[in-house]
Design a protein around this ligand. Structure first.
Ligand SMILES: [Zn+2]
Ligand SMILES: [Zn+2]
Length: 249
């Protein structure tokens, strides 16, 4: 649905990826602009589950208009998608709803649950696993695998780290953020929370990923340089994510 980093691209949406398997549809992250994009490809009621990697606005903000759609235009009879939030996500979402005084039941629009990131669990035919990764708030990478065993691994937002290399070992498709410009943009003493395209490529190479896709990079960056940096790190061609791009795993 979208690959923008925190500042949305011109005409673009933040983090949001639609995963389908055997008629089951899961929306992975739901940042700003994702709901409008979702409506261009399916009914909001066609989504069976929503999985959120971390509670940053560019990954969950459109849960609010999504809830509005389910509460009003689609009516209370609409099926409630499972909303799989990271640990702490339920309380944070409830606080936002309370502070904003939102008059419609955001939390009630979904079957809200917090996933146990240490457990292997399922959503329809998909098997889900999680791995905590270093970012500015607690964040979990995830792996979605299908009934035929194909593995899609999403790194969420993270600095370069070994835990994700191990988690993504030999995955079929590894999608990684490449948010930072072509050098880390931290001042001395700051903790990194993102990767450059080259970092992402190198991480995918170290993990032995069969395919690598870069996402969450700004339209202010030159995509040719994002690609060449990613390929220099990966040692093979990489895909640059854009709205509408499809992968089969
Ligand atoms: Zn983030
Ligand atoms: Zn982000």
């Amino acid at each position: 649905m979208g690959k923008s980093p925190a500042m949305p691209d011109a005409g673009g949406a933040n983090s949001g990826y639609l995963v389908t398997e055997d008629g089951f549809t899961l929306l992975l992250d739901c940042g700003t602009g994702v709901f409008a994009e979702l409506r261009t490809v399916c009914e909001p009621t066609a989504v069976d589950a929503i999985l959120i990697t971390h509670m940053h606005v560019d990954h969950f903000a459109d849960l609010l208009p999504y809830a509005h759609a389910l509460a009003y235009p689609y009516g209370k009879s609409a099926a409630r998608p499972r909303l799989l939030l990271p640990p702490g996500g339920r309380e944070l979402l409830a606080k936002i709803v309370e502070l904003l005084g939102i008059g419609y039941p955001v939390v009630g629009a979904f079957e809200v649950e917090e996933y146990d990131p240490d457990a292997v669990h399922t959503a329809g035919p998909l098997t889900l696993r999680h791995q905590e990764v270093p970012h500015y708030v607690r964040t979990w990478a995830c792996e979605l695998s299908g009934s035929q065993g194909g593995r899609f691994t999403f790194g969420a937002d993270c600095a370069p780290n070994d835990a994700l290399v191990k988690f993504a070992r030999d995955t079929d498709l590894l999608m990684l953020e490449a948010t930072e410009e072509f050098a880390p943009f931290v001042a001395d003493g700051d903790v990194r929370g993102h990767m450059t395209a080259r970092d992402a490529g190198e991480l995918a190479r170290r993990a032995g990923a069969k395919r690598a896709a870069l996402t969450h990079f700004s339209d202010l960056l030159d995509p040719q340089v994002v690609r060449s940096e990613g390929e220099a790190g990966f040692g093979a061609p990489v895909e640059l994510v854009q709205a509408g791009l499809r992968f089969t795993v």
